[in-house]
Design a protein around this ligand. Structure first.
Ligand code: FPP
Length: 240
């Protein structure tokens, strides 16, 4: 069974999960952090090399201040508490997004985790203050700067050259994108990178996402025929 090397997940439904239990939204986010932990284990077992998680979008800053600061505290605590585990399990942590929007303390925490795990092959990419359009706009700005400084000839800008300016240019595009809680939207996630991704959408809320759901997503992926814009592969021995 083909397993994707890179899975990206839109972790949605924490708020609904909390509401259905009469709890505060932050309790849902905390349960979401437990799901993150579990899914890292599933990916490791399945041999998935890259996992990208949509943790906080450029639009999420519009949420109530208490929820935003609660989420930021959760990210910071997560990095502090789990760093030893990333090292033990040999997982490289990276953050993609506009990290300049984050507090200096959180930026420091991220830099430390990135530095101390930089040598590992398996990767967890957390998208924080991330927007797909922001990523493309940031790439365009840096391309313009390089062209202005004479480091880049505009005639050389093609898709491959552009992709070099994305947040994690060395990471292959996700073959599979999972979205929980049933919404049929891409919500500004990996707009460039999702061009040929397969999508798997489940009604399950993120805190309830478990191994059975993960296996279902992998099975759905394995059953898809990925033509990547080409035509169906001819069966063995077919006449030309
Ligand atoms: C979307 O659910 C979820 C978020 C905006 C936050 C995701 C954060 C976590 C899973 C917390 C932990 C993450 C890490 C990396 C430690 P929602 O709040 O929009 O849910 P709703 O649509 O039901 O309201």
């Amino acid at each position: 069974m083909a397993t994707p090397s890179h899975i990206a997940i839109i972790m949605d439904g924490n708020g609904r999960w909390a509401k259905s239990r009469g709890k505060q939204r932050l309790a849902g986010h905390r349960a979401g952090a437990d799901a993150v932990e579990r899914v890292l284990g599933y990916c490791s077992d399945a041999g998935v090399k890259y996992l990208t998680l949509y943790a906080f979008s450029t639009e999420n800053w519009k949420r109530p201040a208490a929820e935003v600061s609660g989420l930021m505290k959760l990210f910071s605590a997560y990095l502090k508490r789990k760093l030893h585990l990333f090292k033990k399990k040999q997982v490289r942590l990276r953050v993609i997004g506009r990290r300049g929007d984050l507090s200096p303390a959180l930026q420091k925490e991220i830099a430390r985790a990135e530095r101390e795990t930089a040598g590992f092959d398996r990767q967890l990419l957390l998208a924080v203050s991330y927007g797909g359009r922001a990523e493309i706009a940031d790439a365009a700005r840096r391309i313009a700067e390089d062209a202005k400084a004479g480091r880049l000839d505009p005639a050389d800008i093609d898709e491959a050259a552009f992709a070099n300016y994305l947040y994690a240019p060395d990471v292959p595009e996700p073959e599979l994108i999972i979205r929980t809680s049933g919404e049929m939207r891409v919500s500004n996630f990996l707009l460039w990178e999702c061009a040929y991704s397969e999508f798997y959408i489940t009604p399950v809320l993120w805190p309830d996402f478990d191994r059975a759901e993960f296996d279902k997503a992998l099975a759905a992926y394995a059953s898809r025929e990925r033509r990547l814009g080409g035509v169906e592969a001819a069966p063995e021995g077919a006449k030309k």
